[in-house]
Write a protein that binds this ligand. Structure first.
Ligand SMILES: [Zn+2]
Length: 146
């Protein structure tokens, strides 16, 4: 539903730097974060900022246009920064039921090429952490590409 949800972790104040992500930039209707799990280099999350909604179906036309513009802008920045072989866009809402996308660069050399990245419960997925300087450099590169 689209009603305010006090327990929603994405409606609560979001840290810019956390064990889960690092903020790249605020866009027109959303904020782009670089995911700490870099199994898929350049993996980002784009979170709708304006209010709590669970899906595209709850957005007004202007919100939708702004969100889709942000999604395209973020995707182009990721492609420019890390040059993947393909982009995957995942908006599932099963873990955090607040409109957001995982923008997942895919590579012919990645562990799941040809298949979705999600295989099972998120806790059982491969986790890859970059060294902090490399992680921050990637976030800065993405910001420059926006
Ligand atoms: Zn929310």
């Amino acid at each position: 539903m689209s009603e305010p949800e006090p327990a929603c972790p994405l409606c609560a104040p979001r840290p810019e730097d956390s064990p889960n992500w690092l903020k790249v930039a605020a866009l027109s209707a959303s904020t782009l974060y670089l995911d700490r799990n870099q199994t898929y280099r350049g993996h980002c999350q784009l979170v709708f900022d304006r209010r709590h909604v669970e899906g595209l179906e709850y957005l007004a036309a202007e919100e939708h246009d702004a969100m889709m513009g942000d999604l395209r802008r973020a995707a182009r920045a990721i492609v420019a920064a890390v040059q993947p072989d393909r982009m995957n866009y995942c908006s599932l809402g099963n873990v955090a039921p607040h409109l957001h996308w995982h923008l997942v660069p895919r590579y012919r050399s990645d562990p799941r090429w040809g298949s979705p990245i999600y295989t099972t419960d998120v806790s059982q997925m491969r986790v890859t952490r970059l060294e902090e300087p490399a992680f921050r450099a990637l976030a800065a590169t993405l910001a420059r590409c926006l």
